[in-house]
Design a protein around this ligand. Structure first.
Ligand code: AHR
Length: 660
């Protein structure tokens, strides 16, 4: 037996490389010693967060529960998502108009004219509309009567083949724009329903902001977010939410960059723009992908508050996406971008008597959102980024020293762009640097010790985007396998052990719609009716729900185990509130591994604890049909000053051991 001391007793890093001999022997035992009196770095309470971007129909058609696509006819093709239906022998027409609109930021609306019979418009929804039997759906529309005759409109939820699932009537049309509402209750569940609006008899009506929401939204907020999807986030207990992107912050060109100010206030004032993922991947085109901003900055802040996460907005720094145009705002024209940042801080944190704080209050939240972090640019690189970051930092740190700024290290974890960023950001006293990594599972296993040797004196690290790619970066064949999840888990043990350097981390991307994704893998998948977490989701959950307050050193021992070249990856922490020691161990190999853990130091170890285990075959995945094929299972275990436990093959295990 050889005893190893890991990463100098100061950093307590540990990646147990265990070279094994031949297979088919009883599991060998790995000896581990955890010093309960020797405290390592304190773990940031907000360490494990989530990163939300409107990619893969994550917002419109996803988290934002609106079911009508192109509800205000502002797509470049105003009838995209809509079809026109004329009853047999009917005569009528549908036109797109813009005179005297309901709101100038939403200039287009639809006019239905019927001379005889009935004319209908049908909305196909985002990949259909998922409706549930007996649930209530809130329909609303702005209507203006166009000429004499017309008295009412019919609204129906229909199945694609025409069966009526729910029906309502909009009556008393006025010659002025008026808001009408109707509750619809489908008589059957359907994953791909549609919405039909019909004008019968002789007359005309103009319609705008045609909308359908489930009544069952997150916290039952009208026109809110999908409850099941937010619940998945809440279940992670995320320490922060990074939003709204991602490349979406940058836009292909600066004209299409994300501007937070256009995403607040009444929804009809929020000006729609193209989603930059609309035409990014030729193999996954999404011509109907736009941003309505129904989920805007106010809703993001509110979501963070709801789920107890720190808000981490990311702002455009005067650079369009460098994978696209790379368009730059000239340095002498950067002021409006910096002003946007100052105004955002006031919107989030200012008193309701301030100009931007008043807008927050008008939206129903007089109290500040207590934002503490702000990202300057998304995934930028090069000298142009450094000078823009420096200009932002100069102004923002002078005006708001209380806000921690996050800088970018570019799109890769170790290339020249990355090295250049660190070299230049260090002397600028950057506080936190955002590192991104999409790589093969092997990279994550190999880099579990990446931060053991990081400079402790410089900027801290935010691992802002990472995910193991089963095939290659952003390839459509990528799968959310258990192997990928275990690779991420192994890497995360290294993030946790180095919690003095790595302060924050988030997987990316967060959501993918099964019928509308552009990028895979994703943490959580949904269709219009359901949602499920991937094995990676459960790894994130195991870390964030078993965070611990302070890292504890572990000494380990190598021994022969059954599988050649097998490794364990682990980290230990103490949960002060629960008075427990948390040991996370990843055994990616195909053989079970027995561990013998000895606790030294002052703590008195209790006799029963808990093990939570995520395991399966490396290629295992979850799906709508089998959402928990790979999911953690819990069991009571015997614990003690010296205890034994057997790790399953291909597993991540969290042991919670009482320690007073
Ligand atoms: O997460 C998907 C994309 O990957 C993000 O938008 C971008 O920041 C990164 O390149």
């Amino acid at each position: 037996m050889t005893t190893l001391r890991y990463a100098g007793s100061l950093r307590f890093c540990l990646a147990l490389a265990v070279l094994g001999l031949a297979a088919a022997r009883s599991p060998a035992q790995i000896r581990l010693r955890i010093d309960t009196s020797h405290e390592g770095p304190r773990i940031n309470p907000s360490m494990w967060g989530v990163f939300f971007e409107d990619i893969n129909f994550g917002a419109d058609g996803g988290l934002y529960a609106e079911m009508v696509k192109n509800r205000s006819f502002e797509f470049p093709n105003p009838l995209m998502g809509w079809s026109v239906e004329l009853a047999r022998n009917a005569s009528g027409e549908v036109t797109v108009r813009n005179e005297d609109p309901f709101h100038p930021e939403n200039p287009h609306y639809l006019e239905l004219r019927s001379a005889l019979g009935a004319v209908s418009v049908i909305n196909e929804g985002f990949h259909g509309m998922g409706v549930k039997r007996g649930q209530k759906y809130d329909f609303s529309v702005r209507v203006r009567r166009a000429g004499p005759g017309t008295r009412d409109l019919t609204v129906e939820i229909i199945a694609p083949e025409g069966a009526v699932l729910a029906k309502g009537r909009i009556t008393g049309l006025s010659p002025r724009w008026t808001l009408h509402k109707e509750t619809l209750t489908p008589n059957a569940t359907h994953p791909k329903a549609k919405l039909r609006l019909t004008l019968a008899g002789e007359g005309g009506a103009q319609v705008d902001m045609v909308s359908l929401f489930p009544r069952d939204t997150w916290k039952n907020r009208p026109v809110g977010l999908r409850a099941d999807m937010v619940q998945m986030l809440a279940d992670l207990s995320p320490g922060f939410v990074r939003f709204p992107g991602g490349c979406i912050v940058e836009g292909r060109y600066l004209t299409n960059r994300y501007r937070w100010k256009t995403t607040i206030g009444p929804i009809e004032c929020r000006k729609l723009i193209i989603n930059r993922w609309n035409d990014e991947f030729k193999h996954r085109p999404a011509p109907d992908y736009y941003q309505s901003f129904g989920l805007g900055f106010f809703e993001f802040f509110q979501l963070c508050e709801d789920i107890g996460a720190e808000p981490m907005p990311i702002l455009n720094c005067g650079m369009a996406c460098q994978f696209n145009s790379g368009e730059l705002a000239p340095m002498d024209q950067l002021d409006p971008y910096i002003q946007d940042a100052l105004d955002l801080i006031e919107f989030a944190n200012g008193p309701s008597t301030s100009a931007w704080g008043a807008k927050r209050a008008a939206m129903g939240h007089p109290a500040p959102f207590k934002m503490k972090m702000l990202g300057i640019g998304n995934e930028q690189w090069g000298p142009q980024y450094i000078e823009r970051y420096a200009a932002f930092a100069r102004v923002l740190k002078a005006a708001h020293p209380e806000i921690t700024l996050i800088a970018s290290a570019g799109p890769a974890p170790a290339d020249d762009r990355f090295k250049f960023a660190w070299e230049k950001l260090r002397p600028l006293n950057a506080e936190i640097i955002d590192e991104h990594c999409y790589a093969a599972p092997k990279w994550f296993f190999d880099n579990a010790t990446r931060y053991d040797q990081y400079d402790r004196s410089g900027p801290k690290v935010f691992m802002g985007e990472y995910a193991a790619q089963s095939v290659a970066i952003a390839r459509p064949e990528n799968r959310n396998t258990l192997e990928c999840a275990l690779a991420e888990a192994a890497y995360m043990t290294g993030l946790e052990r180095n919690a003095d350097v790595v302060r924050l981390a988030s997987y990316a991307p967060l959501f993918g719609h099964l019928d509308g994704w552009q990028w895979t893998p994703n943490l959580i998948w949904c269709d219009d009716l359901s949602v499920y977490g991937t094995p990676s989701y459960y790894v994130q959950k195991l870390f964030s729900r078993n965070r611990g307050d302070v890292v504890l050193p572990v000494e380990g021992a190598t021994q022969e185990i059954n599988s050649p070249g097998a490794k364990l990856f682990l980290s230990a922490a103490r949960d002060d509130r629960k008075a427990e020691i948390i040991l996370k161990v990843v055994n990616p190999g195909p053989a079970p591994v027995a561990i013998a853990v000895e606790f030294t130091g002052a703590a008195r170890i209790g006799r029963t604890g808990e093990a939570t285990v995520l395991s399966g075959s490396p290629a295992d995945e979850n799906s709508l049909q089998e959402p928990r094929r790979v999911a953690p299972a819990r069991e009571r275990i015997e614990t003690g000053q010296k205890m034994n436990y057997q790790l399953k093959p291909h597993s991540m295990t969290v042991l919670r051991v009482p320690a007073k």
